[in-house]
Design a binder for this molecule. Structure first.
Ligand SMILES: Cc1cc2nc3c(=O)[nH]c(=O)nc-3n(C[C@H](O)[C@H](O)[C@H](O)COP(=O)(O)O)c2cc1C
Length: 176
């Protein structure tokens, strides 16, 4: 297992996966890492929907592709080889989005540590029609907000790290 900072710096948004199924045990271990995230007043507002069915992934791919059209061109074929994980947050729990986002980051890092690639996708959540289609496709009640759809798989690309803003620019001591 790589050390923590190697995992943090080595995690990339991966959008090309090998045609190889991730064992369920591995997926459960990664999702469990998500549940060890902090949450406001320990509300643990998250729920997860794991999608491995080819037909459902195809339908998600079509929704995702449509949502991307107005944004920028992206090859969405990678969905076919991915396992999808929908991460939901209970809207009735305080600060549900913040806590669930922390769980997502844990999941992305756990996947990286286990040699998997991942990408957190939100684009279809930003287009009302596509968001409604996702709710319908996966039977998600209105009580839950979809915080992200994570694609997971064995990486078939090694994206270059994107430059980070330097600490010099963003870190302020004692006052802004
Ligand atoms: C909230 C959020 C939403 C994102 N939505 C998408 C998305 O819809 N599609 C996509 O391909 N990548 C998406 N990404 C991935 C980012 O594009 C990526 O993390 C960013 O370019 C930095 O690259 P890195 O993750 O390799 O460091 C999203 C990331 C975050 C945190």
């Amino acid at each position: 297992m790589p050390d923590f900072f190697t995992v943090v710096k080595g995690r990339r948004a991966v959008r090309k996966f090998k045609k190889k199924e991730i064992p369920l045990k591995t997926l459960e271990k990664i999702i469990e890492a998500g549940t060890w995230a902090p949450s406001a007043v320990n509300t643990q507002p998250w729920e997860f929907v794991l999608v491995r069915d080819a037909e459902k992934k195809k339908k998600f791919g079509a929704i995702y592709e449509e949502s991307m059209k107005a944004f920028y061109r992206q090859d969405t074929e990678f969905i076919e080889n991915a396992t999808l994980l929908l991460v939901l947050a209970d809207k009735e729990k305080a600060l549900h989005l913040l806590s669930t986002s922390a769980a997502i980051e844990n999941i992305l890092l756990a996947a990286t540590a286990m040699g998997l690639g991942s990408v957190w996708m939100c684009r279809p959540l930003m287009v009302e029609k596509n968001l409604n289609e996702l709710r319908e496709l996966f039977g998600i009640p209105q009580k839950y907000e979809i915080v992200g759809v994570i694609a997971l798989g064995y990486p078939d690309e090694k994206p270059k790290p994107k430059e980070r803003r330097s600490l010099k620019e963003i870190l302020h001591y004692e006052k802004f």
